[in-house]
Design a protein around this ligand. Structure first.
Ligand code: CTP
Ligand code: MG
Length: 553
């Protein structure tokens, strides 16, 4: 009998989106709650982008009356939605119903008078609200949380779960991007687009990567790319008669040089004119040139690239995989947290495995189940229609975009079983001779001697884990084997676990050596209180170092 895999009820989250858009017929056929959202990735992106264009970001005084604040802003038009959050000060995100309201607010806004300093007159959608009378406002507003849970809180909620399946779903619920956080990400892109539009009026700054592929954890970086395609395609359309009009342009020897020049200028603009963008670094000699900066007001670490349509396409593919079965995201989030807890991933670039590679490994594993939980990319390509046809830089990026055309899996395995089998599968994988390939969904001979070879699904001659060295791979394999063993013991020990004793997923997330020694002999664990002490010590106040750090790459 198929287990009931419930979508977690977290208001306004991706999970809710999935539920809202579910197909009415699905539940009758399968008696099963996880549904396929009807919304396509491009539709979702366009809606969010349009919403962000009607939205403003306001730095507020610490004590503010929400009612008066909204009344004041309503002078410019109706407000659709708003929330407050804290990030070195109090901020409000306010979404108007109409774009015109933003202009009206801008027209009424003053440039600050700052004594000795001179303001660069840039009319952005990022404002500073001041009180004329400091003492008049007293009330405090309700805050929307933008941070991942602390290790302590996570540990508590996981220990309270009913079983390991429940733990995986709880972890997903605690870490997934909230509706508000998603809005903040699209707004940040939209604010950067305003800057870039000064040079390229038709540009679009699109988020990609984990912010949009449904696998992002609270606190993950914001990958965005400057899409100039609209500008370029203008010249290829609309020819009439015998004439063809072209823009006069400057030419450079290669696409790469063009990218570097564009990013260099945008980087300068962000650094000099964009309020809230700090620590701007131009990393133009990387394989994929980028500008890295911190958007202080949103607390988001941003990577801006250009010409990154393939990465956007792989985000779309992951979005589809994440939506096909509710087990996928729970498993990916768990594996990402597990890898971070054991320092297999890191926020510093290096020879570590990345979250993107881990996600590919989970997808591949789910394609290998019997019956498969996820379809191969080749089969998604077979389901594509003419509208889905997509070739980017001569790479075939065609696959079905309409989620309703993909048949749900008949596999009924539990999350607990899948997690154990994931570790077992990769703990014994022949990495020395085989590569991972989600296009075909089967192992293939490695084309080169990289320790870990995961084929890029669209640029098929590239290995997405080329950076991983043998010792990092070995560490992954050792930890996977150890985790298989821990889960087997959990199974044998049965539900004897009581109180706050770390069990199931918590035992897996413990740093190696902390509790592992005590798990060395079956049924001879240290007393519960000692284990908790060790655990709390190991995670003590280390919010950003252990499994809650989500920016591990
Ligand atoms: N990407 C890629 N090939 C790589 C690395 C990244 O195609 N070798 C693309 C993927 O689409 C990926 C995106 O770039 O999703 C962003 O990369 P990164 O930020 O490293 O990964 P995320 O998926 O965003 O995960 P994280 O939460 O760690 O940021
Ligand atoms: Mg990212």
């Amino acid at each position: 009998q198929r287990p009931v895999l419930r979508l977690l009820s977290c208001p306004g989250t991706v999970a809710e989106d999935l539920r809202r858009d579910e197909q009415p017929s699905g539940s009758k056929e399968t008696g099963f709650e996880d549904k396929i959202p009807k919304k396509r990735f491009s539709e979702m992106q366009n809606e969010r982008r349009e919403q962000a264009q009607r939205t403003v970001l306001i730095h507020c005084p610490e004590k503010i009356s929400e009612k008066k604040f909204l009344k004041y802003l309503s002078q410019h038009g109706s407000i659709n939605n708003h929330f407050f959050y804290e990030s070195f000060g109090l901020y409000a995100v306010v979404e108007f119903c109409q774009k015109e309201s933003v202009r009206s607010l801008q027209n009424e806004t003053h440039a600050p008078s700052k004594g000795m300093e001179v303001a660069i007159p840039f009319r952005s959608r990022f404002f500073n609200l001041k009180l004329k009378n400091q003492t008049s406002e007293r009330s405090r507003v309700q805050m929307s949380n933008q941070l991942p849970p602390s290790s302590k809180k996570l540990f508590e909620v996981l220990c309270d779960a009913e079983n390991i399946d429940d733990q995986l779903n709880t972890l997903l619920k605690e870490f997934q991007l909230t509706e508000e956080n998603t809005k903040l990400r699209y707004l940040t892109c939209s604010l950067i687009e305003d800057i870039a539009a000064a040079y390229f009026p038709d540009c679009i700054v699109r988020p990609f990567g984990s912010s949009v592929n449904t696998f992002g954890k609270l606190g993950c970086d914001l990958d965005m790319f400057l899409d100039l395609n609209e500008t370029r395609s203008l010249s290829t359309h609309k020819t009439s008669g015998n004439f063809l009009m072209e823009f006069q342009v400057k030419n450079v020897p290669s696409e790469r040089i063009a990218t570097q020049k564009i990013l260099s200028v945008i980087g300068e603009c962000l650094d000099n004119f964009s309020p809230g963008c700090v620590g701007v670094q131009k990393i133009l000699n990387a394989r994929c040139p980028l500008v890295r900066f911190s958007h202080q007001a949103s607390g988001l670490q941003c990577d801006l690239t250009t010409n990154n349509r393939i990465a956007l396409t792989s985000s779309e593919l992951l979005y589809i995989y994440g939506a096909l079965d509710s087990r996928v995201r729970a498993l990916v989030f768990t594996v990402r947290c597990w890898a971070r807890a054991h320092s297999l991933t890191s926020s510093i670039p290096g020879a570590w495995i990345t979250n993107f590679s881990l996600t590919m490994m989970v997808i591949f594993f789910l394609q290998r189940r019997s019956p498969p939980i996820l379809p191969t990319l080749d089969s998604l390509q077979t389901l594509a229609d003419a509208e889905d046809k997509c070739i980017i830089e001569s790479n075939n990026c065609t696959f079905v975009r309409d989620l309703n055309r993909i048949k749900p899996s008949e596999n009924t395995e539990t999350l607990e079983l899948l997690l154990k089998e994931f570790f077992e599968y990769f703990g014994n994988f022949a990495f020395n001779k085989n590569s991972i390939n989600i296009r075909q969904g089967r192992e293939q001979n490695k084309p080169d001697s990289s320790p870990l070879y995961i084929q890029n699904p669209f640029e098929t001659s590239l290995n997405i884990s080329k950076n991983v060295n043998q010792s990092q791979l070995q560490k992954f394999v050792d930890l996977a084997q150890e985790s298989t063993w821990i889960l087997q013991q959990e199974h044998l020990d049965g539900p004897s676990i009581s109180g706050n004793q770390p069990w199931g997923l918590v035992a897996l997330l413990l740093p190696s050596g902390a509790s592992r020694k005590s798990l060395g002999k079956k049924k001879s664990r240290k007393p519960a209180n000692e284990r908790i002490k060790v655990l709390l010590e190991s995670i003590k106040s280390n919010r950003t170092e252990n499994f809650t750090d989500t920016n591990g790459k």
